[in-house]
Design a protein. Structure first.
Length: 169
């Protein structure tokens, strides 16, 4: 499957089988994260990969991960991230988003489902995983085998002419 087909067929999954994600597949997902570009190549993103029942239970105190057997907590090092000199805009969230997208697409390539979770209690994640102050939990990527493999992406993408404005000189 080419990238465009992969992107068009990928969907958010909120129901997983109990099957664990194999180590080789997790390694590929993490390699995709490591390959992701970041501003000025500062690589300010740190990941916490959680597969144990105890760890998943700790995440469950902060967020609903829909029974996924793997969750990756994506954190941005706010001290390390590049800042735009004109207004001080930090790229920490942007870098974390790019890394998460890379992992999400590799998970799909591996036949796994995922969902990007931003609805969580960062204070609980910090306490449960001893996350230092310089690391901001940005999102959680829940990953696993989807219960319904035939479910299609929701329709309704806006047309390209609404998404893109072409500026002709």
């Amino acid at each position: 499957m080419n990238f465009l087909e992969l992107a068009q067929n990928r969907r958010s999954v909120r129901s997983y089988t109990g099957q664990k994600v194999e180590g080789e597949k997790l390694d590929r997902i993490l390699q995709a994260a490591n390959a992701a570009p970041t501003a000025a190549n500062l690589q300010p993103v740190r990941l916490i990969a959680v597969q144990s029942n105890k760890g998943l239970g700790k995440i469950g105190k902060a967020a609903d991960i829909y029974g996924a057997p793997l969750a990756i907590i994506v954190c941005a090092d706010t001290e390390r991230a590049w800042k735009r000199p004109y207004d001080g805009k930090s790229t920490s969230d942007i870098d974390a988003a790019i890394v998460t997208c890379h992992m999400m697409m590799e998970a799909a390539q591996q036949g796994l489902g995922s969902v990007w979770i931003c609805y969580f209690r960062p204070d609980i994640l910090r306490a449960e995983f001893d996350i230092p102050e310089n690391l901001e939990p940005v999102n959680i990527l829940a990953v696993g085998y989807p219960v319904n493999k035939t479910e299609k992406t929701l329709p309704g993408r806006i047309p390209l002419n609404e998404l893109v404005r072409y500026e002709h000189l």
